[in-house]
Design a binder for this molecule. Structure first.
Ligand SMILES: C[S@@+](CC[C@H](N)C(=O)[O-])C[C@H]1O[C@@H](n2cnc3c(N)ncnc32)[C@H](O)[C@@H]1O
Length: 259
């Protein structure tokens, strides 16, 4: 366990947790995260393209390619937000399959619903407002679960991983796409300048919302690194866990199976 995550785990046991760099009461974090995503929902897609220079589309395509998804399967796109992964999965599972887009935030879900309907994707998608920590689905329901850039925002990540494990079918796989730790020192330095100086400024300019993008940068730094997240997935019960660094470890795709 890294020093950083140990610290997070210790404070969590005192009923406090992190909201970016701030220490807050665990029960406060949910509403603070909700505030961020209510605030960014309308501009979320534009900002994603801007901030990543479109690269988030490649990370998401890679996730779909690693999912092994087949026609007829049932997929949970957890913390699915505005539905990028849902749209890609919907086409792959076809009319006999099903994709559930679940998110805790009504504003993000509404933007997602409108976008997917505009794309003509209506027949095999359902929408559920749910907290990843306590998923409202039966045991062994899904062939594939993805959570993209969502786990970082969850208060009790271990509870969320256990909940995902419970609703995954035996033989199913979980994919966690999330910001992680750059593998090169020089990249870390460039990335720090980008995240803490440029990102909040772009947020202010485009979305008139500096604070949400400051939170984004801070929450990325507080998230467990590659090895720690892999260990957390092992502890939740996942087998054959592994991860693949993308863009020098700025992002990592973790994978695990339920047997
Ligand atoms: C950065 S967005 C990612 C959206 C989408 N997956 C993507 O990759 O573009 C994070 C999403 O996680 C959702 N979220 C945060 N905490 C959550 C929780 N405890 N349970 C479910 N969703 C949550 C937010 O509402 C938000 O829509």
């Amino acid at each position: 366990m890294t020093e950083q995550h140990q610290d997070a785990a210790t404070t969590a046991s005192n009923n406090t947790t992190h909201f970016g760099f701030k220490t807050v009461a665990a029960e406060e974090k949910v509403s603070m995260v909700a505030g961020v995503f209510h605030s960014v929902a309308a501009k979320y897609d534009v900002m994603n393209d801007l901030m990543s220079m479109g690269i988030h589309r490649l990370w998401k395509r890679f996730t779909i390619d690693c999912s092994g998804v087949r026609p007829g399967q049932k997929v949970l796109d957890l913390a699915g937000g505005t539905g990028d992964l849902t749209a890609l999965f919907s086409r792959r599972v076809g009319p006999t399959g099903q994709v559930v887009l679940a998110d805790i935030n009504e504003s993000m879900l509404n933007v997602g619903k409108d976008k997917l309907r505009d794309l003509g994707l209506v027949n095999n998608i359902s929408y559920v407002q749910a907290n990843a920590e306590a998923l409202p689905f039966a045991d062994n329901s899904f062939d594939i679960i993805t959570i993209a850039f969502g786990l970082r925002n969850v208060t009790d990540k271990d509870a969320a991983l256990r909940s995902m494990f419970r609703v995954l079918k035996p033989g199913g796989r979980l994919l966690v796409l999330e910001f992680s730790k750059p593998t090169q020192e020089w990249l870390s330095k460039v990335y720090d300048v980008y995240s803490f100086k440029l990102l909040p400024a772009i947020g202010q300019l485009v979305a008139n919302d500096r604070e949400s993008y400051q939170y984004l940068a801070e929450s990325i730094r507080m998230h467990p690194d590659q090895a720690t997240l892999q260990q957390m997935m092992d502890t939740a019960g996942f087998a054959q866990t592994s991860y693949h660094n993308l863009t020098g470890g700025i992002v990592a795709l973790h994978r695990g199976y339920k047997f």
